[in-house]
Design a protein around this ligand. Structure first.
Ligand code: ADP
Ligand code: MG
Length: 630
């Protein structure tokens, strides 16, 4: 028999502040990286143009931030560590137009609840500064303190009073990588500011104000910087600027993708997809483009208050943002039409590369991706590498630090970043040759090799196209335009043709009915198996009308297996593959000239819908070199 409990009349109780704060802190501070992010955001919001960050034990035992921003007065300092204390918004309308990185007034309060915190700060207009010391469950202490203009924050022993949380922190290596990624994002977003970043006493980077492209070179690597295309797009609603990487930089992960919205790093799979889809077939399967893209949107049209760590935002009109990015990227790609050259067509090798920054022993060697600068591994890095030479002493409740400030540290000539990423690598950029119109006309020397490739003389040297791939490209673009209803592509058959289909074929036909119709296939389904076909697209060769539709459907199923794209795109690719001239077809000179003409009218003449090159060029100078004429 169930035992009966007698419930007390009241079982709800208000949690004491320190527990409530610990719970709330968990939202804001998930790991050392969150602290670094919040504190550097504060420094930037305070107008600092120079920020130094030192972490020890991957931030677990110490995070030290030094900025030269506005600093705080004593009353502000006292309030700064209280929950919901902020100087950044005053009214609920302010929440609608946030221009600062912070706004919730929760970071310092959260950090105070789960670590030992010290803040030193001085305003420019004050002679003397202040020091605040806080420790969970103890009274906050504030005293006058001689310090530089600006603010220094020391966060020690993060989560020391929340063992459950501390247990879930990852290895120092993993936590350190998270911090480094965040530092990298700040560095990219604010290339007009100085950033110094130390792991213990080893310098990770020391960046001075510089143009964005130089900042990219100094952080993501020179090779990346040399293979970027500029993106620019302006409307009343959105401004887009930044860089996208040429296709050969693409990676098999999204790690080279950086979006900043009004200076804030944001993550958005849908916007990343918008960039990806603009690359069309320029990317190999499973590869993701590299980009650093800045969006500026009136803050009234976005909501940054949707994610605890402010990583995600909501747009009033996400579709517009999506299509603007898509257009901006497509425009940059077509402006930089990449002509693969015979000599340079191999892809840059994505092989790991080992390097030893000066002073780093073999056992500490770091493996970085040579092409992108991504840190791939610190294989033998041991725990003690994280323990700093800075001499922080902690005696419970009364602790002081005796280290030099990082700003006063002697900074080595060669930054570890440079050493890691091999600044002086000699890299050759893949050339781009943009023909705005066909480089070939009826006076051009032109000939066909093995009924497969067409060779033509151009001003620069030799241009070669793959006849099937080239025609495929032409028809693919035509099909997409037809499906967008940009022109009528159908031609009437003299007599309607009756065709038989299996039931799986018929079901695909039904799914694609609208697009097929726009493409130029007009038909009526009769009964369970038959259709009556009345029109076909104009480029379907006479004599092959009867098989064209079935072949395209079969190809469509193949396409769907090998590519991730929408039905319309796969249908255009299937159609172009089946209707294009074949390898083995003999072409007249007129046909060849016309093929060049149509190809160079395409928006992307250099790749076929399957991503293979369509045209290659070989400059005359290369022949001269081969024949030792230079
Ligand atoms: P928020 O950034 O959302 O306002 P925080 O808890 O991060 O909340 O900071 C609280 C307040 O403390 C800030 O609004 C700001 O006025 C002040 N503050 C924090 N860090 C700094 C700093 N580095 N320099 C100057 N003021 C700061
Ligand atoms: Mg803040």
């Amino acid at each position: 028999m169930n035992q009966k409990y007698i419930l007390p009349t009241s079982i709800i109780n208000i949690l004491p502040d320190f527990i409530a704060n610990q719970i709330a802190a968990g939202e804001v501070v998930q790991r050392p990286e969150s602290v670094v992010k919040e504190l550097v955001e504060n420094s930037i919001d305070a107008g600092a143009d120079s920020v130094a960050v030192v972490v020890r034990d991957a931030g677990k035992s110490l995070i030290h931030i030094v900025d030269n921003g506005d600093g705080m007065s004593k009353p502000d300092l006292e309030l700064s560590v209280k929950r919901h204390a902020t100087s950044k918004i005053y009214t609920s309308e302010d929440l609608e137009k946030i221009m600062t990185l912070g706004f919730r007034g929760e970071a310092l309060a959260s950090i105070t609840a789960i670590s030992q915190l010290e803040i030193r700060t001085r305003r420019n207009d004050e002679q003397v500064g202040w020091r605040l010391m806080s420790e969970p469950l103890n009274e906050i202490e504030i005293e006058p303190f001689a310090t530089e203009k600006g603010t220094q924050v020391f966060v020690k022993n993060l989560f020391y009073n929340v063992p459950a949380r501390r247990k879930f922190l990852h290895s120092n290596l993993t936590e350190f990588r998270h911090i480094s990624e965040t530092m990298l994002k700040f560095a990219l977003s604010f290339s007009d500011k100085s950033f110094t970043y130390y792991d213990g006493n080893s310098l990770i980077f020391n960046l001075k104000p510089e143009p964005l492209i130089t900042r990219i070179s100094n952080t993501l690597g020179e090779k990346v910087a040399l293979s970027l295309m500029e993106v620019g797009y302006d409307t009343d609603f959105i401004k887009i600027r930044g860089y996208i990487g040429k296709p050969h930089l693409a990676k098999q992960s999204r790690t080279g993708q950086y979006f900043f919205l009004n200076g804030r790093s944001i993550q958005s799979r849908s916007l990343a997809y918008s960039v990806f889809s603009a690359f069309e077939h320029l990317l190999e399967k499973n590869y993701q483009p590299v980009f650093v893209i800045f969006l500026e949107i009136n803050p009234e049209h976005i909501d940054v208050n949707v994610h605890p760590q402010k990583h995600e935002v909501k747009f009033d009109d996400e579709r517009f943002v999506f299509s603007s990015i898509n257009k901006a990227v497509a425009e940059a790609l077509s402006r930089n039409n990449l002509m693969p050259s015979i000599k340079l067509s191999e892809h840059l090798q994505r092989q790991p590369f080992e390097s030893h920054p000066p002073g780093i022993k073999d056992s500490d060697k770091i493996i970085v991706d040579k092409t992108t600068g991504e840190i791939l591994d610190f294989p033998k890095r041991s725990q003690q590498n994280y323990s700093s030479n800075f001499n922080y002493q902690h005696q419970s409740g009364n602790w002081k630090s005796t280290q030099q400030q990082p700003f006063q540290e002697k900074i080595p000539e060669v930054s570890a970043f440079d050493a890691l990423f091999g600044k002086n690598e000699n890299v050759s950029d893949s050339r781009s040759h943009d023909f705005t119109s066909s480089p070939v006309n009826s006076d051009t020397s032109i000939w066909q090799l093995h009924n497969k490739y067409i060779f033509a003389q151009t001003d620069l040297g030799l241009l070669i196209i793959d006849q099937h791939a080239a025609h495929e490209r032409v028809l693919y673009e035509r099909a997409l335009k037809a499906m967008n209803r940009e022109f009528a592509y159908a031609q009437n058959l003299l007599f309607p043709i009756r065709l038989k289909f299996s039931s799986p074929e018929l079901s695909i036909l039904k799914i694609l009915e609208n697009d097929l119709f726009a493409l130029g296939f007009t038909f009526t389904i009769i009964g369970e198996t038959d259709i009556e076909l009345r029109t076909v697209p104009q480029d379907v060769k006479s004599g092959s009308e009867e098989n064209a539709l079935l072949e395209i459907l079969t190809q469509f199923e193949e396409e769907k297996k090998i590519r991730i794209s929408d039905n319309r795109d796969s249908l255009a690719a299937s159609y172009s593959c089946k209707a294009a001239i074949k390898t083995g077809d003999k072409l007249t000179k007129e046909e060849m000239v016309s093929l060049f003409e149509q190809l160079f009218n395409c928006s992307m003449p250099y790749v076929c819908p399957h991503g293979r090159p369509v045209a290659l060029e070989q400059p005359l100078a290369d022949f001269d070199k081969q024949f030792k004429r230079t």
